[in-house]
Ligand binder design. Sequence first.
Ligand SMILES: Nc1ncnc2c1ncn2[C@@H]1O[C@H](COP(=O)(O)OP(=O)(O)OP(=O)(O)O)[C@@H](O)[C@H]1O
Ligand SMILES: [Mg+2]
Length: 365
Amino acid sequence: MGFKCGIVGLPNVGKSTLFNALTKTAAAQAANYPFCTIEPNVGDVAVPEPRLAKLAEIAGSAEVIPARLQFVDIAGLVKGASKGEGLGNQFLANIREVDAVAYVLRCFEDDDVTHVEGRVDPISDFETVETELMLADLESLEKRRVNLEKKAKGQDKEAKEALVLVDLALEQLREGNPARAAEVPADAMKAWRGLQLLTAKPVLFVSNVDEGSAAEGNAYSAKVAERAKEENAVAVAISAKIESELATLDDEEAAEYLSELGLDEPGLNRLIRAGYDLLGLQTYFTAGPKEARAWTVRRGAKAPEAAGVIHTDFEKKFIRAETISFDDYVALRGEAGAKEAGKQRIEGKEYEVQDGDVMHFRTGA
Ligand SMILES: Nc1ncnc2c1ncn2[C@@H]1O[C@H](COP(=O)(O)OP(=O)(O)OP(=O)(O)O)[C@@H](O)[C@H]1O
Ligand SMILES: [Mg+2]
């Protein structure tokens, strides 16, 4: 299952630096000039999950396997991108393929690092980037609308339904709002996602602050947080520069550096968790002597769908799930204790998986 979070922003704001820190590699070239990145970099990131170590300790697991999330480092875009400026439309296609967007906003001052607009203003940067995405959505919808309208005049029911959604999006875009501002009926969500609009994707704000502001943020990141709040989005303040240094240290050195900085954990952990939430994901566990493992499933998924994450066959062959909540598992020191206390539940096909469930699936032939 590939859940992808795209890293989007103006050129030279620290996207690749952040990506390298996230993936603990130097896979993406990060350098002090605009349009350093052209081809997107895709990287796999372990989702930090403190509960997993606890489970492994109780189950005596030989191996610990975290859930994973993909981040995509995308080329920077500038004003006019929707009309082909900079790298233009090429990168828009890269954004179309991700499930959620993390806007990286420059919140650090440094005369040595070029800003394409020659000043530091994260809110204006955000608006520049989002405006380009809105223009691209507008253009693609207006083109599609002509076709749909013709089809909808006949008896094409699907075209009629699509037209309603297209108009819903156009109404927002023409008012200068992103498509995600539209109120879409729950039963139309699938078709809505099918429109693949750039500004309909859930967003997250990443304030890239100077090294001295890694713990508390700064005046710029405070403005970003305010803006994020206006749209019920999450903002994470992080110093990509520090995170990239942390990523090269071993655990002990990193812990020391973190305490010097006044941080409890790398900022990346907050970012990864925010991305995970943004994508509407939750975690369930399997735990045994061989391994303790975190699995990712959509919030609201039923037990057979969760089983299908382990093995596609399991979804069809699902019989039942034996489930212990994480808290019970820990309090009763594992499966045997939970069973004895009557805390292991037998759940059927309609069971909605809860975050932190420790599960066994029984499947048929
Ligand atoms: N928090 C920070 N403080 C100071 N300098 C930073 C910070 N984050 C990134 N930089 C510097 O900014 C420059 C640009 O970084 P990077 O290459 O990651 O940008 P980018 O957004 O990927 O650019 P492009 O769109 O051109 O690919 C690098 O020199 C990097 O070291
Ligand atoms: Mg880059």
